[in-house]
Design a protein around this ligand. Structure first.
Ligand code: G
Ligand code: G
Ligand code: MN
Ligand code: NA
Length: 253
């Protein structure tokens, strides 16, 4: 059966899951946020990587329904998480270009708002740099509508796309997520120069900075020395099911 049809069936059968990867304050080591990441366990219990099925979902348009489901699930879960945690946090949800361009996206958000979901305090949307660059005017309109609703926006995979710096100034985003490619190369002369420059750029634009893909203590310490406030990566936690995340929050550190 085609991957697309299996994926559609998985959505109908409620076989998709949302997993959570904590975001860490690099100074205090406290969990200050969490990214929602979709997972699909197929009929044989094998995990199919999002990098394989998200493009299929995008090309077929199925991402609109999948994205709506992820958003609803993540908001439901973050409210449950905040009930059992002293530290209140937002959930960051990845949104793909097809979703942003779909007319149902903003109405979905407005419906949630009319249902009194506290979007301002619960939600951050992640959009990749390339999406913003490729569809500039159209996307900016949507982003501005989201900002008017008080929703925070993060620019994901920053540095991997082809940002025009003049465009960057017009995008109403709050958070800059530095791609893990820059963390991997930080010990090389050129890699270090690029990482330093991106963090500085984010700081000077007055953005909140999250560094992704932190795998070693040395990387974390270096980023802390650059005054990058927040980190995400396997050094701290891998993405995990809701239940595991709730248990971590209940465990005293
Ligand atoms: O979790 P993992 O690293 O395997 O994710 C691979 C890619 O899939 C990442 O680029 C991530 O942004 C994307 N992804 C994960 N969950 C979602 C989702 O709910 N919606 C969209 N559009 N992309 C997602
Ligand atoms: O594209 P996006 O930034 O949304 O992708 C996030 C994905 O990166 C997560 O789904 C997660 O699986 C992956 N990831 C998170 N931390 C690390 C890390 O420390 N190392 C590696 N290799 N991947 C990571
Ligand atoms: Mn992301
Ligand atoms: Na990223």
């Amino acid at each position: 059966l085609q991957l697309m049809h299996r994926l559609k069936q998985a959505l109908t059968d409620e076989k998709l899951q949302v997993w959570y990867q904590p975001q860490i304050d690099l100074n205090t080591k406290a969990i200050v946020g969490v990214e929602a990441l979709i997972r699909w366990q197929d009929e044989d219990n094998n995990f199919i990587p999002p990098n394989e099925f998200i493009p299929v979902a995008e090309n077929s348009g199925l991402i609109v329904d999948i994205g709506a489901w992820v958003l609803k699930q993540a908001l439901e879960d973050i409210q449950e998480i905040n009930q059992s945690s002293a530290q209140k946090m937002k959930v960051s949800v990845n949104v793909s270009v097809t979703q942003f361009k779909s007319s149902s996206f903003i109405s979905q958000i407005k419906r949630l708002e009319s249902e009194n979901v506290d979007l301002k305090n619960l939600l951050e949307l992640e959009i990749t740099e390339n999406v913003v660059m490729d569809n500039h005017n159209e996307i900016i309109l949507v982003l501005n509508q989201l900002k008017e609703l008080g929703i925070e926006l993060a620019l994901d995979d920053f540095g991997t796309g082809f940002s025009s710096l003049s465009y960057l100034a017009n995008i109403p985003f709050d958070t800059l997520k530095i791609d893990r490619a820059f963390v991997i190369n930080y010990q090389e002369e050129i890699g270090k120069t690029i990482l330093d420059s991106i963090v500085l750029l984010g700081k000077q634009l007055k953005k909140r900075i999250i560094c992704e893909g932190i795998e070693t203590i040395d990387q974390a310490e270096y980023l802390r020395s650059l005054q990058c406030e927040i980190g995400q990566g396997f050094l701290y936690y891998k993405p995990m099911p809701l239940q595991a995340f709730k248990e971590i929050l209940l465990t005293p550190t």
